[in-house]
Design a protein around this ligand. Sequence first.
Ligand code: GLV
Length: 331
Amino acid sequence: MSKPRILIARAIFPDIVDRLRQHFDVQDNPEDVIWSPAELAERLADKDGAFTTGSQRIDATLLAAAPRLKIVANMAVGYNNFDVDAMTAAGVQGTNTPDVLTETTADFGFALLMATARRMTESEHYLRAGNWTKWSYDMFAGSDIHGSTLGIIGMGRIGQGIARRGAFGFGMKVVYHNRSRLSPALEAECKATYVGKEELLRTADHVVLVVPYTAASHHTIGAAELAQMKPTATLINIARGGIVDDAALAVALREGRIAAAGLDVFEGEPRVHPDLLTVPNVVLTPHIASATVPTRRAMANLAADNLIAFFDGRGPLTPVNQPVSTTTAPR
Ligand code: GLV
């Protein structure tokens, strides 16, 4: 019997491509070309499965051009690149990579918070530019992490990891806001108190965003929310571009309405709002929160495992939808 055909949409670890070749007839993309939606659709026209990396849009138009497609395995925990309803209606399974990146991403969220509150990149630029000629009492004075109030919006696995780091590692008071409240046991485990969004914005010294991107979470933080925050507060976005109104944030940073921001994700990335590039009090990183070698390998292997388990008939390991028909036969 011929092997199922799969497309790997971006360059990934070569040994994991080799692993997939043992199970599938693979078309990969070792040059890491960014295909347009039409180029992606053309390559998916004869494929049974796809390995995506979170930035390839899978919608009704693409699905109509890919009649054999039965599964798309995203190498990311977020899957806002999927039109889940369209995939479910077309009988296409979607999968993501939860759990394997939780602690790594929580580490990064905390690192970005520390770098932002303690003005690390701003002061490094100053030093590298040769401006450090004398010490002064208020040079790059930032805000404290220990003992301060940490507000987390989005209390899934990564948010909980950040809460534990804050509460137990740094003695922070942790408040959170989420669509649904955690169980009392989980709240105790994270030492976190549920509050309304407005109270969180008003009282937190550091606000960390870890919500999935949906139409409802678009611009969770805009001009109105920034105005509610303390002028000494920091804002950290490791969730998704579009959760923050980047233009409004640039204005708030420039006018000192909040102290600083740390951003790993951007609206329209890899483009970054030009005003964010010129304000000093923002730390900018290129969507690397899960980027350690072991974690990126675990994510790629989990996406591969999803494809293998699905076509073996064992079912997907980490599904994001439940299409009525998850048959491996051609659609
Ligand atoms: C990264 O942003 C992910 O969703 O895994």
